[in-house]
Design a protein around this ligand. Structure first.
Ligand code: ADP
Length: 639
């Protein structure tokens, strides 16, 4: 975009999504509009961090003015509150890009949620999603931004908007580098002119900010008043203080500031590593998933990296594995050079060490919670279990520890109760070599599945997996310790020698039925006998390596079914079932058209039991109807 440099303000439109967002912000009932100040202060601090970081390499950028600060200027007469910083500032081009569009990809989804939420929930949601600068419009009916970039050849610029669809930019006068955000406060937001109110908000939300947040206050008695600059924040980096001196509430407050989460964290991990490697870390396990997952592709990390209190980068991916991206916090290293470039973080051996240290501590905390506070762990697991599964599938070096943190329902647990892989293995009979599982959409859908019949008869436990990531978990984990994971609807279930011999002999007897069925049910690749079933007559199974029915349905629902042709199933028959025996007798007696009806209905019932949909419901209904009529007539004629 090229911008004409004239003195006349130029009017530009906000991007569509931003317009809608602003509309919702300005028309929400504001129970918590004060969060705008947290957002503006955090932007100001970011702008300072950015310039400070850049000026480490090029000191001329800061022009010797490194008295970093953020100033609040309430102006009773004008009815304005100004948040001023001496950070990086913005050029005209930057201001148009930064304050005219909203770059975050999850905005559309977020907007939908906002629209559906009631007015009282909205500010909460807005706060959690972090609409940043735009939250100013919760308190102001007009916002003016005057900014001058740290780059010397750039003139100052004035940006202004009432948040209703358009904004203007114009050249401006500004003596020093940085940004002033001037809020023209609404009638119902005049409280933000009050110094004590501002003090209170800064304490609550921005106390730990490293740069001083200052405000001019009048001191002294009537007649001899002087104006003094007061620093409102304590500027204490909580992670550098000794653990013993920090109260639970202080941790909770800091967590709130960095996470925007209203609930206190489930667990706090404060690490002070000394000796060979010196670093501090303050990590939090949230109690609930926030709303950041709605913001399109999830962040790959929620850890900020500092070097001796200087922020190097937000959301640092080098200090935490992706599957722990829900862990929030900060890491502060004393060993990294201050001018470490963001590009070289990737291959930094020091960070790799910090990372493995953090993983170890997080795992240990989770293990202790699981063993010592099981109920707490269960609520955590309901929110974040799928992340642990992702880890168990990916992180080979910690696979066993992650696997031991997983909880599963099984045929031996009540609904909502869990077992673990280790408990499962301990309870396994001596001759069982594999861990059995069945995957499906819900417990209700699979717990009466015919695939479980023989296991139930033998009182053998089967894990019931109903989380969408379970398919990924079992296919990447493959085994737990030395025990392979085996889907009961796939491949062969190991039978003992005796049973195998018996099946071989029976297969001979059912030969004619197999041949006929292969003709009537061309959908299957093979017909064979099984020991899997007790009450049911037939069941469909996938090949050992093939995709299971559940996975096929998942892909189908994602609109990707066409990419992978469904694998042909094997139709397995229960040789002890009266229907199967009768069908063999009919088959042996020559051609009987009813055999086709039996075969088709038998197959369709197996499709239903698998949890899939019958291909031709009309045909199925007609055939079942025909059988019912026949059965009913037979009963009547017997009387
Ligand atoms: P976020 O801070 O989440 O990126 P915002 O909407 O709050 O979103 O701000 C958008 C962008 O505007 C920021 O990323 C930053 O580039 C720029 N910006 C906002 N406030 C300032 C400021 N005080 N100084 C310099 N740049 C700023």
């Amino acid at each position: 975009m090229t911008v004409a440099q004239t003195d006349v303000p130029e009017q530009l439109e906000f991007k569509t999504e931003l317009k809608q967002l602003l509309e919702l912000i300005t028309h929400s009932l504001y129970t918590k509009k004060e969060i705008f100040l947290r957002e503006l202060i955090s932007n100001a601090a970011d702008a300072i961090d950015k310039l400070r970081f850049e000026s480490l390499k090029d000191p001329s950028l800061a022009e010797g003015d490194t008295d970093w600060k953020i100033k609040l200027i309430p102006d009773e007469k004008a009815g304005t509150l100004t948040v001023s910083d001496n950070g990086s500032g913005m050029t005209r081009q930057e201001i148009i890009e930064n304050l005219g569009t909203i770059a975050r990809s999850g905005t559309r989804a977020f907007l939908e949620t906002l629209k559906q939420a009631n007015a009282q929930q909205r500010p909460e949601l807005i706060g959690q999603f972090g609409v940043g600068f735009y939250s100013s419009f919760m308190a102001a009916d007009r916002v003016t931004v005057i900014s001058r970039s740290a780059r010397k050849d750039e003139p100052a610029v004035r940006w202004e908007s009432d948040g209703a669809g358009t904004f203007t930019t114009a050249p401006a006068e500004k003596a020093s580098r940085g940004t002033d955000v001037i809020l023209h406060l609404r009638e119902d937001a005049k409280e933000f002119l009050s110094p004590w109110k501002l003090r209170e908000i800064v304490k609550r939300y921005s106390d730990y900010i490293e740069h001083p947040i200052v405000m001019d206050v009048e001191k002294g008695k009537e007649g001899e008043k002087t104006v003094e600059e007061e620093t409102l924040n304590s500027r204490q980096a909580i992670w550098l203080r000794p653990k013993s001196q920090i109260k639970e509430e202080e941790y909770a407050e800091f967590y709130k500031q960095i996470s925007r989460d209203d609930e206190p964290p489930l667990k706090t991990i404060h690490i002070a590593a000394e000796g060979a490697m010196e670093f501090r870390a303050l990590l939090f396990l949230p109690a609930k998933r926030g709303y950041d997952w709605m913001a399109g592709p999830e962040k790959k990390s929620s850890i900020d990296l500092y070097v001796r209190r200087v922020l190097i980068t937000h959301d640092c991916e080098e200090v935490i594995p992706q599957y722990f991206r829900f862990v929030k916090g900060v890491v502060d290293s004393a060993d990294l050079p201050l001018n470490v470039s963001r590009e070289t973080l990737q291959h930094n051996p020091l960070l790799a060490k910090i990372k493995s240290n953090l993983v170890n501590r997080i795992l240990k905390t989770l293990e202790e919670t699981k063993d010592g506070e099981y109920d707490k762990y269960k609520t955590f697991y309901a929110e974040f279990g799928s992340y642990l599964k992702e880890g168990a599938g990916q992180d080979w070096s910690n696979r066993d520890r992650l696997a031991d943190l997983l909880l599963f329902e099984s045929t031996k647990t009540a609904a909502g109760e869990f077992t673990t892989l280790s408990k499962y293995v301990q309870a396994m009979p001596a001759d069982q070599k594999e861990i059995y599982y069945l995957i499906g959409e819900s417990r209700a859908m699979i717990e009466n599945s015919p695939y479980l019949e023989s296991f139930k008869a033998k009182a053998q436990e089967v894990l019931l997996l109903t989380d969408p990531v379970d398919e990924f978990l079992v296919s990447s984990m493959r085994q737990y310790k030395d025990k392979p994971l085996h889907a009961v609807d796939r491949g062969d279930i190991e039978a003992d020698k005796e049973v195998q011999e018996k099946q071989k002999a029976e297969a001979e007897q059912f030969k004619t039925l197999f041949e006929k069925l292969t003709g009537y049910v061309p959908e299957v690749k093979e017909v064979r006998l099984t020991g899997r079933l007790k009450e049911s007559a037939a069941v469909l199974v996938a090949d050992e390596g093939a995709m299971g029915a559940h996975m096929e349905r998942l892909l189908g629902r994602m609109g990707r079914g066409h990419e992978i042709p469904p694998s042909k199933r094997i139709l397995e028959l229960n040789p002890d079932h009266p229907l199967v025996k009768a069908m063999q007798t009919i088959a042996a007696g020559g051609d009987d058209p009813r055999l086709q009806t039996y075969a088709r209905v038998l197959y369709d019932l197996a499709v239903i039991a698998e949890g899939s949909r019958v291909q031709d419901p009309g045909d199925f209904a007609r055939r079942v109807n025909e059988l019912l009529v026949h059965d009913a007539e037979a009963r009547v004629s017997q009387k």
